[in-house]
Design a protein around this ligand. Sequence first.
Ligand SMILES: Cc1cc2nc3c(=O)[nH]c(=O)nc-3n(C[C@H](O)[C@H](O)[C@H](O)COP(=O)(O)OP(=O)(O)OC[C@H]3O[C@@H](n4cnc5c(N)ncnc54)[C@H](O)[C@@H]3O)c2cc1C
Length: 420
Amino acid sequence: MKFVEITEFTQQATAFLDANLERKEAAKKFVWGEGSDTMSMFEEKSREAEREMVHSAKAWRRQKFDAGFGWITGAEEFGGAGLTAAHEKAYAGVEANYKVPNQSIFTIGLGMVAPTILAHGSPAAKERFLRAMWRADVVGCQLFSEPGAGSDLASLQAKAVRDGDEWVITGQKVWTSGAHYSDIGEIICRSDPSLPKHKGLTAFLVDMNAPGVEIRPLRQMTGGASFNEVFFNEVRVPDWYRLGEENSGWGVALTTLMNERAAIGTGSGGGETSMMTRITAMVRHFELENDLLVREMVANLYINYRVANLNNKRAIDKMKAGQTPGPEMSISKMALVNNQKLLNDFLCHVLGAKLQADTGEWGTFAWHQLILGAPGLRIAGGSDEVMRNIVGERVLGLQKDVGIDSKSAFSDLKIGTQKG
Ligand SMILES: Cc1cc2nc3c(=O)[nH]c(=O)nc-3n(C[C@H](O)[C@H](O)[C@H](O)COP(=O)(O)OP(=O)(O)OC[C@H]3O[C@@H](n4cnc5c(N)ncnc54)[C@H](O)[C@@H]3O)c2cc1C
């Protein structure tokens, strides 16, 4: 690891950011009725607006990478700066003061796919993709879920058949976030149907522009189309795109999923101050300060935001100390979902019918997009029930879930056959 003194590094980062981005104005006091009232869970952009967002996101990441701040903790052999987590934290602290173009298109590629390539990719794949992904030359997506395989991911059916130095992939994936602006995807396929379901899987990278890949958008109830169905019709990938050993795709998928939970869970902290400001402003605006139920709801929200935030900090510190994210990330994800539910209950109680019909009143109907996006949060990255199973089994030491594959799972229930 290189030695660069943190103070000197921070000065270099400040000089770079000053030269290339505008500083954020001092946070203006939030005033009810002023500025934008848009609140949403997912990007709800038109394709044209999204293209512009992708363009500026990539341009900024390239500039940052070329200046040595794009992959601060990455190994130098793969294009990283070879510095420490403390340098990364210092840079993030400085960058937070500037108007950085939206970087959400990199969440899956850099948060989940790149760490999986680092852990399981062939030397050629590491060489080809890591630097390119951190420099925004290649954007990645996650091709795991299928119409018949979500929580029970190991049931997936997309097949990969070896043909010399290549593999031929055929099948369908679904709910693929950002497939339409991605260059590569991490796909898990069934490579040996004769093996037990967790054992016959192999993971690959796949070129999203290869012949035989068809991407169809899915429109969600909020209006946007952030997800896709992706069809693979005899798509060829070279063997060096394989991640991990043949038929060892389950372990590769777990690496990605651990990183996914870390990315989603740790995203749940930090925003609570601005959210509480909006909430308390709404309470004052509707003169509900003395409504006992509203007071209880707001206090409950505040406590839960704070607890989630502290739990996230603990998990992030653990990761910074080099430990692998574990079941605590499931707790973070559950806290995120729980807090969103508390917020939705509060909004429905206070705004009522104003959430259903747009009267043009500032700060009322606009919340409907956030509320309609909330069910997606309960499912993405592992559903509530699956998270509770993980926490029950791995944290509380409860009996293991009978599971869908257990022959005895339903034999005692006699569902639909009970008489009297
Ligand atoms: C916003 C969003 C983004 C997504 N992005 C991607 C992406 O980029 N790439 C990708 O591959 N996938 C993505 N997904 C898909 C996601 O991973 C799946 O939706 C998820 O794994 C659940 O699978 P499913 O939809 O098939 O539901 P199912 O697995 O069929 O579950 C249906 C219901 O059964 C419950 N259930 C299932 N098993 C159990 C159990 N053992 N015990 C108790 N209850 C159980 C679930 O909790 C749920 O309520 C995304 C989903 C969302 C909502």
